[in-house]
Design a protein. Structure first.
Length: 238
């Protein structure tokens, strides 16, 4: 919940309450420090590399074609970039990186099951929590099934590697087993849920009980205080 609260605070403050570039940059630095502390920053680098292309396109489009452009700032290869567009592009880039790094901190340091369990404990409907959990797990499970089925078919002599036509011919025999195994797994999961009393009324219990630590509570209250202070600062600045 601390990470969800951090995302909420980072987005609200940098987008709505105090929409200044230095505020967004401060949250970017804070997210990077948290990712480094969690030792997952290396896993964010490919995502940053992909987003870099989007950020460059934002700078080019806004710097050249934003309707409010008036003041020339720099000329590159005969193209004039304007100050207003570049500043607006900088704001957009900071906001994109702010959201991207905040969500990366949540996704890369939290297991989906732990996140859903924490939300259910705080009042989220167990049925809705199960839907979210299933949606987060469906792609990894299907990829695992596809890999197992391809290994089984390859061991029986099916060609799965080669040119495009060979790969297409190998893909068609995958569809049936993957669909059937998914349906069987859904049926088995539904039976397992009923055996465990998923649809029964009453208070739910959990296999693993995780209590909030002192650090979690300190961080939660710190984020709440920061949010309150930012709201107060907004009224003072206005």
């Amino acid at each position: 919940m601390v990470k969800l609260l951090y995302i909420l605070v980072a987005v609200l403050i940098s987008f709505v309450i105090l929409p200044f570039r230095w505020v967004g940059a401060a949250f970017i630095v804070l997210s990077c420090l948290a990712l480094l502390y969690a030792r997952v920053f290396a896993r964010v680098v490919p995502l940053l590399g992909f987003s870099f292309l989007i950020l460059i396109s934002i700078v080019i489009i806004q710097g050249l074609f934003m309707p409010g452009n008036k003041t020339p700032a720099i000329n590159i290869l005969g193209l004039t970039f304007y100050k207003e567009g570049l500043l607006y592009a900088l704001t957009l880039c900071i906001r994109v990186l702010d959201v991207l790094l905040a969500f990366a901190l949540l996704v890369l340091t939290t297991r989906p099951s732990d996140l859903i369990q924490s939300l259910v404990k705080r009042g989220l409907s167990p049925r809705f929590g199960y839907v979210l959990s299933s949606a987060l797990q469906v792609i990894p499970q299907m990829m695992s099934q596809v890999g197992s089925i391809m290994d089984a078919q390859r061991s029986r002599g099916l060609e799965t590697e080669g040119n495009l036509w060979t790969r297409l011919k190998a893909f068609l025999p995958l569809i049936g087993p993957v669909v059937m195994s998914s349906l069987l797994e859904t049926r088995e999961r539904a039976m397992a849920l009923e055996v465990r009393g998923f649809s029964a009324s009453g208070k739910k219990t959990f296999l693993y009980e995780r209590e909030s630590s002192t650090l979690d509570r300190v961080l939660q209250w710190t984020l709440i205080v920061v949010l309150i202070l930012s709201i107060a600062a907004r009224f003072v600045l206005v």
